[in-house]
Design a binder for this molecule. Structure first.
Ligand code: CMP
Length: 143
């Protein structure tokens, strides 16, 4: 069973979108197996976004993600990495289709509400970076 890391960014938290976003993924049929509010440190932000270190927007990105709490999650399900990316919409909310999280709620490239792992390798890395093993559960539906 595949797992992915998703995070409601500070703008999404402050706009009260946690419930809406969790609902969308629950309604789709994915299982939430880990979740927590996190006050992101500079170190965690720099590690998480390490691949963008040389990009001109790196400093602003780290500043933004540490500007307020985020809601970090691990979701499980068939093909959840790619499906979650579809449900999030394009990185730039102006390119994201209606019906996607960013298309419905976002307007800024830098404040785009949600982050999701882009591949199996980054999902594994990000889950390990953000969660300890004992913070994750595994369960089978019994109802
Ligand atoms: P995310 O999916 O969290 O991964 C990297 C983030 O960098 C991305 O979402 C955007 O929020 C941000 N980003 C990407 N390109 C730019 C850009 N050109 N200017 C500012 N922020 C960007």
């Amino acid at each position: 069973m595949e797992r992915t890391f998703l995070m409601v960014k500070p703008d999404g938290v402050q706009r009260g979108l946690i419930g809406e976003i969790v609902s969308r993924f629950e309604n789709k049929g994915f299982q939430l197996v880990g979740a927590k509010m996190v006050a992101v440190t500079k170190e965690l932000a720099e590690t998480h976004y390490g691949e963008h270190k040389e990009r001109p927007f790196f400093h602003d990105l780290v500043q933004f993600i540490t500007s307020g709490p985020v809601f970090a999650m691990v979701w499980e399900g068939d093909n959840v990495i790619a499906e979650a990316r579809k449900m999030m919409g394009a990185t730039n909310p102006n390119d994201a289709l209606p019906g996607t999280v960013r298309g419905d709620f976002g307007v800024h490239l830098s404040k785009n509400i949600i982050h999701g792992s882009d591949a199996a390798e980054s999902a594994a890395k990000e889950i390990t970076l953000w969660f300890r093993e004992e913070e994750l559960v595994s369960y089978t539906k019994t109802i």
